[in-house]
Design a binder for this molecule. Structure first.
Ligand SMILES: [Zn+2]
Length: 279
């Protein structure tokens, strides 16, 4: 009986170890499946986070803009009062991660034009008070915020707010560093008088090369619903001009020139029988 018993034991052992191997295989399979499930979960989680982030960014960029501009204390809003103030919309180009063009020194257009726009706002307020004009300034941005080009958001903001004229402030760039000077862009005939006044005022103030008044179909010139000009103050790819553009004295001169240009435009409009401005 003993040998038989041994045989039976061996067979049982074999079966047992076979079973163990099967179990081990199943466990590895299970582990693999679990791992795959875990990876799928991680992927889904990342996708969800990405989608939420994109939606949040979109909502915030819109919300920020609205809130920022309405809540801003130093920028007067323009409620339509009985005196019907003349509203100047100042638009500093670019902003946020849209840095605009990069100058010789590595500084960005978005920072330069914001500085000049803020100085222009101050100059406009000061000069309009001196002239006894009821004038308001509204800015598309008064800080380093991003405004999307998608759907021409900037023009939509201006149109939604309303105003009498819009002045978009930019600085230019070109591959040839020798190119320098000021250009003023307009689109339709109603904007041409303002464009001429601005170009002359800027060139007079800075002594930069007069590159003239030019027509362009930029959406900021076409879609704001009011006379609109876009100023290319100078070329930041020209070393001398960039240095001047970043000079505080020159920046103040530019701001004052734009402000004086606006006042000149208003007085000409009045002479031509336009809407009278109440002091
Ligand atoms: Zn620009």
């Amino acid at each position: 009986m003993k040998p038989k018993q041994d045989k039976k034991d061996k067979r049982l052992n074999r079966l047992y170890s076979q079973d163990n191997r099967d179990n081990a295989g199943r466990k590895t399979d299970l582990r693999r499946r679990k791992w795959r499930r875990f990876l799928r979960l991680i992927r889904a989680l990342f996708a969800t986070i990405l989608i939420i982030w994109v939606i949040k960014t979109l909502i915030f960029s819109i919300g920020d803009r609205r809130q920022g501009h309405n809540a801003s204390d130093d920028v007067p809003s323009s409620p339509q009062t009985e005196t019907n103030p003349f509203t100047v919309v100042l638009d500093s180009g670019h902003g946020g991660y849209d840095v605009g063009t990069e100058g010789v020194s590595g500084r960005y257009e978005k920072d330069l034009v914001l500085k000049i726009a803020l100085l222009t706002r101050d100059a406009l307020m000061e000069k309009s008070v001196q002239a006894g004009l009821d004038l308001l300034v509204w800015m598309t941005r008064d800080d380093d915020r991003f405004i999307s080009d998608i759907d021409h958001e900037r023009a939509k903001m201006v149109r939604a707010h309303g105003g009498d004229i819009v002045i978009s402030i930019h600085a230019n760039s070109f591959v040839d560093p020798r190119v320098s000077g000021t250009e003023t862009y307009y689109y339709d005939a109603t904007s041409l008088p303002l464009a001429h006044i601005m170009q002359q005022a800027l060139v007079r103030a800075t002594g930069f090369n007069d590159r003239g008044v030019r027509q362009a179909n930029f959406y900021m010139l076409k879609e704001t619903g009011m006379p609109a000009v876009l100023l290319e103050l100078g070329y930041v790819t020209n070393e001398a001009e960039e240095t001047k553009l970043w000079d505080k004295t020159v920046q103040k001169k530019i701001a004052e020139a734009i402000a004086e240009g606006v006042l000149e435009y208003i007085s000409r409009e009045n002479e031509e029988g336009g809407e009278a401005l109440s002091p």
